[in-house]
Ligand binder design. Sequence first.
Ligand code: ZN
Length: 175
Amino acid sequence: MILPIVTYGDPILRKKCNNVKEITENIIILINDMFDTLKNTGGVGLSANQVNIPLNIFIVNYEYNDDFISKVFINPNIIEYSDDKQISKEGCLSFPSLYDDVSRSSSIKIEYQDIDFNNKVDHYSGDIARIIQHEYDHLKGVLFIDKINPLKRKIISSKLKSILKKKIHTNYLIK
Ligand code: ZN
C-alpha cells in the first residue's frame, strides 16, 4: 500500500524515533508499504517518520551502474564516519522540488538489524553511504536543510515557505 509522505513543517520530522523491540506482523506490513511508497515516488530512501511512524526504520532502494541496494535498516547506528567528505546535490521526499549541495562522509560503517532481527555490520561508500547518512539523520530529527550552508539556506527560504504553505492547504482540504 502506498502511504502519504509528510512534508516539511510536520513536527514528526523533528522527532527522535524509537527503537523497534520485535518484528511483528505490523512492522513487516509497514516495511512493505514503505517499499511500495518509495518505488512509487522514484526516490532512493525513506525513513519511517516520513510516513508518520516514529520508529527507527529506514529503507534504501538504489541502482546505478554496478551499485545496487534494496534493503531495510532497523535500529541503525552509524559507528564510523570517514574524515574524507564529498559534496553532492541532495533532495528529500519531504521537500518537494528542493535540491542543494550537502557535504557527507565518503564512507561509513553502520550496525543495524535486518528483517529477521539479526545484528549486522556493513561498510558503505559513495552514493549509498550518502543516502544512508541522509535517512539516518531523519531518525534523529535532522533534515538535509540543516546541513546546507547558512547563506544558501537564505536563498532557499522562499522555497521552504512555499512547501509550508502547501502543507497548510492540504490540512485545510482534509478538514
Ligand atoms: Zn529525506
